[in-house]
Structures are given as structure tokens and as C-alpha cells.
Design a protein around this ligand. Structure first.
Ligand SMILES: Nc1ncnc2c1ncn2[C@@H]1O[C@H](COP(=O)(O)OP(=O)(O)O)[C@@H](O)[C@H]1O
Ligand SMILES: [Mg+2]
Length: 198
């Protein structure tokens, strides 16, 4: 399976979600998981450098022998406009006005190219009316919610995923990321009837 975290907006959680999803899949010892860092800024590679040990691989190219590859990409279209091949594109967005506008542009690009995608409302806070309003937008139909959690940011800073932590908050965060993995599987199962376009 090939996944690609994709957004034309930076700072929305592509790298964080790629790594945590990799941490989730890597709990299954049968799975060999690669985070393919295609961002010249190298966020995922920096994470790996901070980390003592990751239960998944982080590399800067595709390699054979992995069951799951999650590509992490820079916040722009490549010069040749060719987006990395993937079975499903994960499109995180924050729910502020500017991020959301760029999210809408991002999904328009993917729809034009006939790519299947899963929207992710990252750092969501349902207590905020502006967040709730944007969650109701038709393009967020079926979006996965990942809440704003200090634990996610703290783990990331230490080269860890939420699956390396073990308190009450870690369990909540793990549940949320696991929920994302389940939604990825279900969306791919729908075979062509997911959020593909055109
Ligand atoms: N759900 C979340 N809760 C709290 N902090 C988050 C969450 N998702 C991302 N962050 C933080 O937001 C910042 C930007 O995330 P990052 O994954 O680097 O974005 P991108 O790769 O899209 O540029 C990081 O400091 C990260 O720790
Ligand atoms: Mg990044």
C-alpha cells in the first residue's frame, strides 16, 4: 500500500501524521513500513535523527521490500506537476481560514488529476465555532478528525510517535491515529467509490 501526505499548505501536519501513522502500522510485526521523505526540508529525516530508534524506516527514496510506504511531500506541486504515485492521498488541513482556503485548492488539484483522497481535520477543536463551520463544508464530508494535542507535538519534538508514550493521553491520541488507519483501509476497500474524482 502506498500513501502520500499531500497539501499545498505547510505546517498542517503532513509529517506528523505520516510518522504517527507509520508508528501505528509498525505495531504489527508482519508489516515493514517506510516513511519516504520527499520533502527537501527533511522533516521526517530530522525526526529520525532525533530518535534513538524508530520501529519503521525513514528514507529519502522508494525501496523494495516494504508493505507500506508513506510519502511525505513538500507544500507545493512539483515543477513538472507530477504528484508522487499513491493509492490514497492524505490531505491534512488546519481549520483556520487561510489553511482551509489552501486545502480547497489542494483537493481541487487532486480531483482534476483523478486522485483519491482522504481529508483530515488536524488540530481540530470542536469548541470553536469557526472550526465547526469548516467541518460542515461539503469537501470535509467524511473527514477524519485529529485533535490539537500537546502530546502529539511533544512526542514529535522528541523523535517519538504517540505509540512510544504510555499515559492516559497517549491512549486517546493512539485511538485517534488508529481510527485514521481504519479509515484509510475502509476508503481503499470502497474500490473506486471513495473520494476519487472525474
Ligand atoms: N494534532 C496535533 N496536535 C498538536 N500539534 C500538532 C498536531 N499536528 C501537528 N502538530 C504540530 O504542528 C507543527 C507542524 O506540523 P508538521 O507535521 O511539521 O507540518 P507539515 O509537515 O505539514 O509542515 C509541528 O510542530 C507539530 O508538532
Ligand atoms: Mg513536513
Amino acid at each position: 500500500m502506498r500513501l502520500c501526505c499531500f497539501s499545498l499548505k505547510g505546517g498542517v501536519g503532513r509529517t506528523t501524521l505520516a510518522l504517527n501513522l507509520a508508528g501505528c502500522y509498525a505495531r504489527d510485526p508482519r508489516l515493514r513500513v517506510l516513511v519516504n521523505d520527499r520533502d527537501p526540508q527533511g522533516g521526517a529525516s530530522a525526526f529520525a535523527a532525533l530518535s534513538d530508534e524508530t520501529p519503521f524506516s525513514v528514507g529519502r527514496s522508494r525501496s523494495p521490500g516494504f508493505n507500506i510506504e508513506i510519502a511525505d511531500t513538500p507544500p507545493r506541486l512539483p515543477d513538472n506537476e507530477i504528484i508522487p504515485e499513491a493509492d490514497l492521498y492524505l490531505v491534512p488541513t488546519l481549520l483556520d481560514g487561510a489553511s482551509f482556503l489552501i486545502f480547497l485548492r489542494t483537493v481541487e488539484v487532486l480531483e482534476k488529476k483523478g486522485k483519491r483522497y482522504l481529508p483530515i481535520a488536524n488540530r481540530a477543536n470542536e469548541k470553536r465555532a469557526s472550526h465547526r463551520r469548516r467541518l460542515d463544508h461539503p469537501k470535509m464530508d467524511g473527514a477524519v478528525l485529529v485533535r490539537d494535542r500537546a502530546l502529539i507535538a511533544d512526542c514529535y519534538e522528541q523523535g517519538q510517535t504517540v505509540f512510544d508514550a504510555a499515559d492516559r493521553w497517549a491512549l486517546k491520541a493512539q485511538e485517534e491515529i488508529h481510527g485514521l488507519a481504519v479509515r484509510v483501509r475502509k476508503t481503499l476497500k470502497r474500490d473506486g467509490k471513495g473520494r476519487a474524482a472525474a
